[in-house]
Design a protein around this ligand. Structure first.
Ligand code: PDD
Length: 283
């Protein structure tokens, strides 16, 4: 099955897809993105992903009406063309191609809209059973982390630190010693039976999986506090877990080498993962 790209109206094999070096996404990271996974071949939580894309576009004054553009129909067409059992769809919209000047192009240009369709390779089951180790690093990001911007330098530097340490993820710690989120995941801890995670706002991405897990916790009658929590309290928590489109719900067993709780995947993370798998139709 071919990996496929969509570029400004046309589908093509991934390796045939190119954009201009004067694209503002390439020059300035002037763009936004989404990552959508399929379950049972259907894009999961597409309405929520499109709502967030819309809000990211609006925040950057990037004039693309994704509904008038027919983005959903094009995404479905790409899924059909690529023909994978399960697909990871990457969507990126930039302000388009214009001579390199920092301000927006005076003569409006069409945004660049690209998508890629790749086979989804889910993480190995034993990772979910055993849990993963994470490190911590200062949160060096800007003050609008709620925008899903393609400008990801602090995130990739943090993830690289994790990779070099042999860890799965880097938790980002703000100037007040509070855990915001992972470099590409949301993060939760469980203290005295209550799930704690940073509140939505400019310091975190409003993660779709975070929203789903909080809704599932509500249904399972597990208390939730959307409040900031310090790294010390994360390290002293009974459980810690990550969430994200590519990560799903992943238990964390060590932070900076310090075991969390009993040093193994905890019951609330397992219950939420089971509920999530049921929600996406895998269980
Ligand atoms: N990352 N926090 C950050 C900083 C992220 O980049 C992501 C997703 C998440 C989880 O969000 P969601 O549940 O909507 O996937 C949280 C994507 C997958 C990526 O950059 O590849």
């Amino acid at each position: 099955m071919p990996e496929i790209a969509y570029v400004n109206g046309g589908f093509m094999p991934l390796e045939k897809a190119f954009i201009s070096i004067e694209d503002r996404g390439f020059q300035f990271a002037d763009g936004v993105y989404e990552v959508v996974a399929t379950y049972g071949g259907e894009p999961y939580a597409l309405a929520a992903h499109f709502a967030r894309l819309d809000s990211s576009l609006n925040a950057l004054d990037l004039a693309l009406d994704i509904h008038a553009y027919g983005l959903q129909a094009k995404l479905m067409e790409g899924l059909a063309l690529s023909g994978f059992g399960e697909t990871m769809v990457y969507i990126q919209v930039t302000r388009g191609v214009a001579p390199r000047r920092h301000e927006f192009p005076v003569k409006p240009v069409a945004p660049t809209v690209i998508m890629t369709f790749k086979e989804a390779h889910r993480l190995p089951q034993d990772m979910y059973q055993h849990g993963v180790e994470v490190i911590t690093t200062p949160d060096l990001r800007w003050k609008r982390c709620d925008i899903k911007s393609i400008s990801l330098l602090p995130n990739i530097l943090a993830k690289q630190q994790a990779a070099q340490a042999g860890a799965f993820e880097a938790l980002l710690i703000d100037a007040d010693g509070q855990v915001t989120e992972g470099s590409s995941t949301s993060v939760f801890c469980v203290r005295s039976g209550c799930i704690r995670t940073a509140p939505t706002g400019p310091h975190i991405l409003p993660s779709i999986t975070r929203g789903v897990l909080l809704e599932l916790a509500h249904r399972l009658e597990i208390p939730v506090a959307e409040e900031f929590t310090t790294l010390a309290d994360f390290k002293g928590a009974d459980e810690v877990f990550l969430a994200g489109t590519t990560t799903e719900a992943m238990p964390v067993i060590k932070i900076d080498g310090d075991p969390i709780g009993e040093g193994r995947s905890g019951p609330i993370a397992q219950r939420l993962r089971a509920a999530f798998m049921q929600e996406v139709g895998i269980a």
